[in-house]
Structures are given as structure tokens and as C-alpha cells.
Design a protein around this ligand. Sequence first.
Ligand code: GUN
Length: 292
Amino acid sequence: MQLIDGKATSNAIKIEIAEEVRKLTAQGGKKPHLAAILVGEDGASRTYVNHKVKSCEQVGFTSSLYKFDADTSEEELLKTIDELNNNADVDGFIVQLPLPKHINETKVTEAIDPEKDVDGFHPTNLGKMMLGLPTFLPATPYGIVQLLDRYNIETSGKKCVIIGRSHIVGTPMSLLMSRNAKVGNCTVTLTHSRTQNLKEECQQADILIVALGRAEFVTADMVKEGAVVVDVGITRIEDPSKKSGFSLKGDVKFDEVAEKASWITPVPGGVGPMTVVSLLMNTLESARRKSV
Ligand code: GUN
């Protein structure tokens, strides 16, 4: 087994981004600016947003964080989105999901200017992705594509099985893995909660991408010898021995699956840091588009 090190790869990409920012500003351009909206007190969401803000600092971006209480109205949130759409200094922004139940996620996503939608969740950007047109790719799938690319993992002609059909990961990932591109050309099976014989489907996978959000769901008996395993899940499990009070578990039972896999991503330190760096890449791209 060989480890796909998302932490090291994301650090290498951050150095490349920081260099691009230096070039942009040396030519008289402004620093790329990413804004993030966080609604409510969800601990995991807060951590993710803090990582995003910290990463902006590391690469020389400007960042802004808009925090709202859990009982903030949809109207107030839409007003802030409108302001960010019209703020020429902001190159891109995200609304951290999930949102409180009284706020319509679709309405919020559709309110974001597609040109600033660096999460790539707007229907216009998802449509462009489907057609293979230039766009902002959703951050997690984009991060996975970059990992497979940088580790020179052959995907062409391979059978890729994805577990989970979310709008954020599974569904866009299935499109990216099937497209005609350097990372792509797979025969893709998108599985979900109604899939029959899930174990048998997974056993066929040369590349198994797991994004269902259930800790240690994938066991060694579900995995083919020599498969490439990408674990997207991050679940917090109570752990009194840790200072934080919890430990992080992936969707894959790492120790036993690692014995069969040719390549595998760990949790933490696999897909997570790549998601953040993809967001930075999309923001840099947005800033570049504006400067030409
Ligand atoms: N919640 C879980 N993943 C993501 C993501 O990539 N972007 C946003 N905005 N929210 C998320």
C-alpha cells in the first residue's frame, strides 16, 4: 500500500499559489479575496471555515468571514449575498453548508453570482462542468482529481465505483471521472442507499471513492486487491483521550483496507486539505479572470 498524502500535496500547491499571488501583486494587481459566510454554531462547519480563512492567510489572499446566528432569516442571508455579488473587491465567496433548516439551500446557492461561485455549486457552473466547459469545479471533487493527477494514478479505462450521490461530492465526481480528460475516461458506477448488492459493486472497483458520511463503512471484504481507495468522509467520534474531545474517522476502515489497496487516502490528511486548496485555486482563477 502507498499513501496518497493530501496534506503534503496541498502544502505543495499552496506554495505554487503563493508564488502566483506574488506575481499578480508585483504586476500591480490586488490580492485575491475570498469571503465565507457561516450560519449557526455547527462545530465541524466552524472548523472547516476557520481552515479556509487560515489557508487564505498562508497564500497571501485577503479573506473575510461573515458569521450569522442560527436564527438569522433567509432574507438577511440573501441580502449579504447580494452585497458580496456587488462588491468588486471580492473575487469569490462561499456559504458553508449545511444551513439551518428554515433556510432554503437551493435559493441561497442560486443567489450567488456564478462568476463568484468558487464552490462551483451554482446550476450554471454545474451545467458547464457537465458540458466540459471552463468553470469552477466543486472543491472536493476538484481536490480528488488533483490528487489522482499528481500521483499519476492511471484512470483511463478503469472501473470507478462511487458511494454516495450528494450534490457536493458523489454526483459531480461521477461526471468528472467519466469525462474525456487526463483524469477521467473511467467506467463509472454511482451507488447510493438504494443500491442492491453494494458489496459486489464495490468489489469490482479499480478506483473506489467513498463519500457517504458513515464512519468506517467500507471494510476490507468490499475492496478488490490492488484498488485505489479515496476516502471523503470525516465523522467526529467522541474520544475523551483527545484534547478536543473527539477523533476523526473516515468512511473507510483504514487499517484493514490499506492492506489490500494499492493506494489509499488517510483521514485526516487526505481529501480534506485538498478541498481547501481547490477553493483557493478557484479564487485565484476568479481573480485572474478579472485582471485580464
Ligand atoms: N459543506 C461540506 N462541504 C462543503 C463545501 O465544499 N463547501 C461548502 N460551502 N460547504 C460544505
